[in-house]
Design a protein around this ligand. Structure first.
Ligand SMILES: [Zn+2]
Length: 156
């Protein structure tokens, strides 16, 4: 089991009126423009945490072996974000997969536990997920080639 970020680091988040977003409590870790939400960076093992007053972005570095894994991760992020809104769909320069914790989530013990679990699961299981994606693809590749060759040979 790898390093886990503790709940305590998120508890201090509180709502603020972001001046760059018309005074609503927009996550300043994403806005990155206003003075209130100035980003503080903390490095942990395989992670970069960007903290603001009302939100935190956690960027996780994963072991991405090749373009295939990069593609698989992009698809996984996109689909995951539909079901777990804290997972950021887009790419961030700071890491391979990014999770947003806002002040509302930080007040909810159960939600924080889920995020903690995700922060453990993703870096620890990624390689396994990537390998199984490759296996599925290899199977498709072999079957498809067999089918095409079979039909090719039948052509007269
Ligand atoms: Zn802001």
């Amino acid at each position: 089991m790898g390093e886990i970020i503790t709940l305590e680091e998120f508890r201090i988040l509180k709502p603020i009126e972001c001046p760059s977003r018309g005074g609503i409590n927009f996550p300043c870790a994403i806005c990155r423009e206003c003075e209130i939400g100035a980003v503080t960076q903390t490095f942990e093992e395989n992670m970069l945490i960007e903290s603001t007053v009302n939100s935190v972005l956690i960027h996780i570095n994963l072991d991405l072996g090749d373009e295939f894994e990069r593609f698989v991760l992009k698809r996984l992020k996109s689909e995951l974000s539909k079901n777990i809104p804290q997972v950021q769909k887009g790419d961030w320069d700071e890491g391979d997969i990014t999770i947003l914790v806002d002040d509302a989530l930080s007040q909810n013990e159960e939600s924080l536990k889920k995020i903690e679990w995700l922060l453990w699961y993703l870096p620890n299981k990624w390689k396994q997920l990537a390998i199984s994606a490759k296996q599925v693809f290899s199977k498709w590749e072999n079957q498809t080639v067999k089918q095409i060759v079979f039909q090719f040979e039948k052509v007269k």
